[in-house]
Design a binder for this molecule. Structure first.
Ligand code: GUN
Length: 286
């Protein structure tokens, strides 16, 4: 079975649109997401455009602020502080990666935790690992939603996550653990990786290398979640970390690239924006 993140996200976006349609009457306004894009990296431009389009479909107000790659760190931090103080802004997202002269850590920690729709702020990350209420990072949250929608039982399963980034690998491992999977976190330097991945009942790959996972690494019936977004070196087309054509016949469930995890990430970003908005309007009514 191929899980279409595109279809699931379209359904969830329609539900959010219906929810947001009632907000002006209930709360006097709609949620407002502000996205900051520094520079003009084509992949980042495309991601930011996708976020603006999804906002429009749902009825969320989207402001995209573009700044040149030469912007000074101080100026970017000042902009974030200004948005933190702006009561009409519910969510702030700074598209990563940033130019080398800007510290991503400083940028992320400057965003107010209550407006951190990415779930990247250290206080959000700490809350996640301490099982406290928090904003869940979008890609891991989207993966769990997809697994559940596909009817995959996570509890009791052996899960292997390849990749240990703050954005995907570590938090997705934590969310799988919270669903009672037994989780191993692996990486490109893990010894005899194929022997490990063959044991996986759920395999999540977030390593950023085209066709890194080959058919010999996957057992019959495995659930395969491909988080990779790469350019195929031969065809130039978008492709995942998994050799889809070779593995699809073996997998019980697999996500395609494009059209798998990617749309779910954006969908969860929209959900997080609505959550931040609701927390804000509720706080103000107390
Ligand atoms: N760059 C790639 N993925 C993401 C994401 O989820 N959030 C942000 N802010 N930047 C990204």
């Amino acid at each position: 079975m191929i899980i279409s993140g595109k279809e699931l996200s379209a359904k969830l976006k329609a539900e959010m649109a219906a929810q947001v349609a009632g907000f002006p009457e209930k709360y006097g306004r709609v949620p407002h997401l502000t996205v900051i894009l520094v520079g003009d990296d084509p992949a980042s431009v495309s991601y930011v455009t996708g976020k603006a389009k999804a906002s429009e479909v749902i009825g969320i107000k989207n402001t995209t602020i573009r700044k040149p790659a030469t912007i000074a760190e101080d100026e970017l931090l000042a902009l974030i502080r200004q948005l933190n103080a702006d009561d009409t802004v519910d969510g702030i997202l700074v598209q990563l990666p940033l130019p080398k002269h800007i510290s991503e850590a400083r940028v992320i920690e400057t965003i107010d935790k209550s407006k951190d729709v990415d779930g990247f702020h250290p206080l959000n990350v700490a809350a996640l690992w301490q099982k406290q209420p928090c904003t869940l990072p979008c890609t891991p949250k989207g993966i769990i939603k997809m697994l559940k929608a596909a009817g995959v039982e996570i509890s009791g399963k052996r899960a292997v996550v390849i990749g240990r980034s703050n954005i995907v690998g570590l938090p997705v491992a934590k969310l799988l653990l919270d669903e009672n999977a037994t989780v191993t976190i692996a990486h490109s330097r893990t010894k005899d990786l194929p022997a490990l991945t063959r044991q996986a009942e759920i395999l999540v790959v977030a390593i950023g290398r085209p066709r890194f996972v080959t058919a010999d690494m996957v057992s019959e019936g495995t659930v395969v979640i491909d988080v990779g977004v790469n350019r195929d070196p031969e065809t130039g087309k978008l492709c995942g970390d998994v050799d889809f054509a070779a593995i699809e016949p073996k997998a019980s469930v697999i996500t395609p690239v494009p059209g798998g995890v990617g749309p779910m990430t954006i969908c969860c970003l929209m959900e997080n924006t609505i959550e931040c908005f609701l927390n804000s309007v509720r706080d103000k009514n107390l």
